[in-house]
Design a binder for this molecule. Structure first.
Ligand code: FAD
Length: 495
């Protein structure tokens, strides 16, 4: 078809914003009045990226199916293809003239940053505009955090953006089907019996409403408990990470609870977590090297010897430390752990096993259903004690088990080898005497691993090195630089 006869359209390129309501990319595209196509590309380069695993792709598929379900009312659907973005747009251009691509600014890993550079060139060469919008109050191009809190709060307090396409404005299902015939289409089937949280705005709203209406009652009391947190925390993280909900939607819902005096203390604590969400992503946006190296340059000289044996044992929950093992097995199986247990397993990996934090990033990103690069890398570095500006925290897994899973219910569920032991031994089975092992017909080294390292010795080793490094010149200079750049002007700190 001659370019002059082609219909002009907008393309909304979904990234981690798989929702219709309060989606600025969609809102801006529809505001032009132009015909609009919704597009999701399962990009080969990301499908092959080791940070991602099947659980993420399934969550995205479920989210897209849910989107398409909502779009039936508008006789439209998302064009879902497996390809690369430039190639996809090129093929769409054979049918339509793309006037503008709308998408969120992505605070992603290096491969998505590189892809965006290539996409930018392609759009420029093809005279297609690209309108990127701010994502969840994370701002591009900031040099420091002066006024950041105010900017973020203003963003969060703005009215939600409605989804109101004009009749016939969205590409129809027939038009999308026609385009789809030119592509390789991914299989969208997923296992409905999988143990992971299911993707999609419909289910995200259920999680949100049950949290605000009842589950949050024990938010503060249960937040550190590996078992109880699974119900009392919001469990909204995958829905925020993949954008089934906007942070603003959740923030404003929490504000309504506070106004109604409902679970006020819990809501204040919950809202501070939402601030952290943005704070960490903003930090990563401004320090993208954090994917590979320590933010504080003083720690980059720290060389730790990699042990595949330690890494495998940790990854598979076979360290001989029951709480670590229960957490890792549970995470592998369900994709979720509460904050404290995430911090504890990273502390064990980087301090007790003395492994480089970089080795934990891919293992955990593949396990966490809510993998969000902007939180993930800064949090892992912080828990590894390599930021210089944060308090060095080393979590003792045995003490944490006794404090937060006193009856060992979580441990017994995930480490069934320990299920028949007296509670007294569940947290430290290695303390059983040979006679006690005989009586329980349970043998350390046979039924369950011996502790892989000595907790006290390894803790001392790590703490001596890391505390000494805190006084080194580069670490101190870097602390100054980091604080200058990332400290919030009104001291609502969460760095
Ligand atoms: C090593 C490590 C890696 C992590 N990686 C991720 C990740 O990839 N993706 C992710 O979403 N969270 C990550 N977190 C943060 C946190 O553990 C999870 O957000 C939280 O446990 C999710 O459960 P929830 O939604 O029930 O949390 P809630 O307690 O209900 O919190 C509500 C929301 O606030 C945000 N939030 C909560 N805690 C934090 C925090 N400490 N830092 C930043 N944001 C927070 C999340 O968006 C969360 O959904 C990581 C934490 C650690 C220690």
């Amino acid at each position: 078809m001659n370019i002059k006869n082609k219909i002009e359209i907008n393309v909304v390129l979904f990234k981690r914003d798989l929702r219709l309501q309060d989606n600025e990319a969609i809102y801006n595209a529809l505001s032009t009045g132009r015909k609009t196509l919704f597009l999701y590309v399962f990009e080969d380069m990301l499908l092959n990226d080791p940070h991602y695993s099947e659980r993420h792709w399934n969550f995205i598929k479920e989210s897209l199916i849910d989107l398409n379900h909502s779009l039936i009312a508008f006789n439209s659907e998302v064009l879902i293809v497996q390809s690369n973005i430039n190639r996809t747009l090129q093929i769409i251009q054979e049918t339509y003239k793309i006037a503008c691509v709308y998408s969120h600014q992505e605070t992603g890993i290096k491969v998505t940053y590189d892809r965006d550079k290539v996409l930018k060139r392609f759009l420029l060469n093809n005279m297609i505009q690209w309108e990127e919008n701010v994502n969840n109050g994370v701002f591009r191009g900031l040099r420091d955090r002066n006024n950041w809190v105010e900017m973020w709060e203003d963003f969060m307090d703005e009215p939600l953006l409605p989804f109101r396409p004009k009749t016939g404005q969205l590409c129809s299902r027939e038009e999308v089907a026609h385009l789809a015939s030119f592509f390789h289409l991914p299989d969208l089937a997923t296992d409905s019996d999988s143990p992971f949280q299911k993707g999609g705005t419909s289910i995200a709203l259920k999680y949100m409403h049950t949290f605000f209406n009842e589950r949050s009652a024990n938010y503060n009391a249960h937040i550190s408990k590996p078992l109880l947190s699974r119900r009392s925390c919001s469990r909204l993280s995958p829905y925020l990470s993949w954008g089934n909900l906007s942070v603003r939607q959740v923030w404003q819902e929490a504000a309504r609870c506070i106004d109604q005096n409902k679970y006020k203390k819990q809501m204040e604590a919950f809202r501070s977590r939402l601030r952290w969400q943005a704070h960490f992503i903003q930090k990563f946006e401004m320090e993208d090297e954090m994917e590979f190296v320590s933010l504080n340059k003083g720690y980059r000289k720290l060389k730790k010897q990699t042990s595949e044996r330690y890494i495998e044992a940790w990854k598979n929950g076979m360290t001989g430390y029951p709480l670590v093992d229960a957490c890792m097995r549970c995470l592998k199986e369900t994709g979720y752990l509460n904050f404290r247990m995430r911090a504890m397993v990273v502390s064990f990996f980087t301090h007790n096993l003395w492994q480089p934090w970089q080795k934990a990033t891919i293992i955990l990103s593949r396990y966490f259903l809510d993998f969000e690069p902007g939180i993930h890398f800064p949090q892992i570095q912080m828990q590894a004690g390599e930021t210089g500006i944060n308090m060095l925290r080393m979590y003792n897994p045995t003490k944490n088990g006794i404090a937060h899973d006193p009856d060992g219910i979580f441990i017994k569920k995930w480490v069934p080898e320990l299920a028949e032991l007296d509670t007294a031994f569940v947290h430290q089975p290695s303390r059983m005497t040979p006679m006690e092992q005989q009586m329980a017909n349970f043998f350390i080294g046979k039924n369950y691993p011996k502790p892989i390292v000595n907790l006290q010795e390894t803790r001392k080793h790590a703490s001596d090195i890391l505390w000494n490094m805190k006084d080194e010149n580069t670490v101190i200079e870097e602390n100054f630089r980091i604080l200058q750049k990332h400290t919030l002007s009104n001291r609502k700190k969460s760095s």
